[in-house]
Design a protein around this ligand. Structure first.
Ligand code: GRF
Length: 209
């Protein structure tokens, strides 16, 4: 059974997709052990509570300096003994000490087709503003392992989404969530939970069976 800790900052629609997928069997051999948020008001924490999943709130704002937060955050994650850490709309930089301890065991959902519209400054609506400003006809979402860079780790899954005439950032964000994020994040977790994903020479190999 793959033990998962999900890190969130906002509405938690990606968390909900994971919970629903476990309930309906889209994800097998996995369980969410806890949900951690940096934002005490994150609706994602209410989603966890409704599902009977322990929630915790830990934020850099609670600490004198970043190093103290980083150590406390890692201890909090370790306390749940996860096999996999899922960043689902989590807006805090993951400490290097955590990336080293959980090498290729932290995944993130990003709302674009990496390497487009990613990296520092590209998060939430800003990603979709960038795609619309560039005039791309196709965007999408990416699930990737987290490494020391920003949105630079090995790519696990991607799914394309068409940009429609008249799209606003909000309309496009919703379509990318519905058509891509809420599908490929559960799919990636199920593949990992069933031993289908390995990383070789920095590239993801997916066992087809
Ligand atoms: C979404 O745009 C997602 O792509 C990004 O964070 C935003 C909020 O996600 N990772 P959620 O509703 O909190 O899951």
């Amino acid at each position: 059974m793959l033990r998962i800790v999900v890190c969130v900052s906002g509405g938690g629609t990606n968390l909900q997709a994971i919970l629903d997928s476990i309930d309906n069997g889209t994800i097998t051999h996995a369980e969410v052990a806890a949900v951690i948020s940096n934002n005490p008001n994150a609706y994602a924490l209410q989603r966890a509570e409704r599902h009977g999943i322990p929630g915790a709130c830990i934020s850099p704002k609670q600490f004198e300096d970043r190093e103290s937060f980083n150590e406390a955050f890692l201890q909090k994650v370790n306390s749940y003994q996860p096999d996999l850490v899922v960043l689902a709309g989590f807006l805090v930089v993951i400490p290097e000490i955590m990336i080293q301890k959980y090498r290729n065991r932290i995944i993130n959902i990003h709302p674009s087709l990496i390497p487009s519209f990613c990296g520092t400054g590209y998060y939430g609506l800003k990603v979709h503003e960038g795609a619309l400003a560039r005039g791309v006809k196709v965007t999408g979402a990416t699930v990737h392992f987290v490494d020391e860079g920003t949105d630079t780790g090995p790519i696990i899954l991607q799914h394309p989404v068409a940009v429609a005439p008249g799209d606003t950032p909000k309309i496009l964000q919703q379509r990318v969530m519905e058509q891509a994020e809420w599908k490929i994040l559960p799919q990636a977790i199920d593949m990992i939970a069933n031993g289908k994903v390995t990383v070789e020479n920095g590239k993801v190999i997916i066992k087809e069976t």
